[in-house]
Design a binder for this molecule. Structure first.
Ligand SMILES: Nc1ncnc2c1ncn2[C@@H]1O[C@H](COP(=O)(O)OP(=O)(O)OP(=O)(O)O)[C@@H](O)[C@H]1O
Ligand SMILES: O=C(O)c1ccc[n+]([C@@H]2O[C@H](COP(=O)([O-])O)[C@@H](O)[C@H]2O)c1
Length: 219
């Protein structure tokens, strides 16, 4: 519940954030504005369930996300996944967040198109929509069709206008924000080859990367 007694509308953007970049931040801001969310929480994972554990520590990734959102009132950081010493399953995160909220509060799980396409491999994925709505952010590389395993779900649960999502969860909507063709992989590659990543990450994040020698070829 907000201070005015209306239900809260909370977005969650989970990620490895290795490192956080302008694609994440613009995406989160635009989704918050387009869908009218009270806040979007960036949720760095501790142990990504589906990929190699990154070379950079969870603490470094968390600190960079904190630096990135520090002057952005609509964005916040939720560090709960770093408090669980196990694979960072999104369902666990949703269940633990739900336990803190009022029944009427709304949770919107925000995922990029690439992450959405992998949904059928997520831990107990068929339960995710019991706790939230899903907002899918388009990415410039989103040229593929949805995988077969998602077609029935999309047919049954997707709505064309994210502003029509009501209730505690169960539906899927697409959000068409201005595409930014930036990825953390590309940023790590640039840094490893000594190239600049200025303007791809916030200056405070860049200063942290430089101060700690992250992503250099020897790391
Ligand atoms: N440029 C972008 N535009 C929109 N969504 C993005 C963008 N980059 C990442 N995302 C989304 O943000 C979430 C977290 O992404 P993640 O931390 O894996 O970043 P990434 O750039 O995809 O990283 P990597 O290149 O290491 O896979 C995912 O849902 C992903 O789809
Ligand atoms: O719950 C799962 O099984 C699961 C499987 C794959 C990815 N996720 C989450 O999806 C989010 C995006 O992942 P990534 O690798 O694109 O950063 C991040 O919060 C991951 O923890 C979650």
């Amino acid at each position: 519940m907000t201070a005015t007694g209306t239900p809260r509308r909370i977005g969650l953007l989970g990620g490895t954030f290795d490192p956080v970049h302008i694609g994440h931040l613009r995406g989160a801001l635009e989704v918050a504005e387009i869908v009218g969310l009270d806040e979007v929480r960036l949720v760095p994972n501790y142990r990504p369930p589906h990929r190699e554990t990154p070379n950079s520590s969870a603490q470094d990734r968390l600190t960079m996300v904190r630096l990135a959102v520090q002057e952005l009132p609509l964005l916040a950081v939720d560090a709960r996944e770093l408090e669980r010493d196990k694979p960072s399953y999104t369902l666990d995160t949703l269940e633990s967040l739900r336990a803190e909220l009022d029944e009427d509060d709304q949770v919107f799980l925000i995922v990029g198109w690439d992450a959405f396409c992998g949904l059928p491999s997520w831990h107990r994925w068929d339960e995710l929509l019991d706790h939230c709505h899903i907002l899918v952010m388009q990415r410039p590389d989103a040229d593929s069709d949805a995988p077969e395993a998602l077609r029935d779900l999309l047919a049954a649960r997707s709505v064309s206008d994210p502003l029509t999502l009501t209730g505690g969860g169960g539906q899927i909507a697409f959000v068409w924000q201005a595409p930014l063709g930036v990825s953390a992989t590309r940023i790590r590659q640039f840094l490893a080859s000594g190239r600049s990543v200025r303007f791809l990450v916030p200056d405070a994040v860049l200063a942290y990367i430089n101060a700690h020698g992250l992503y250099r070829a020897s790391n």
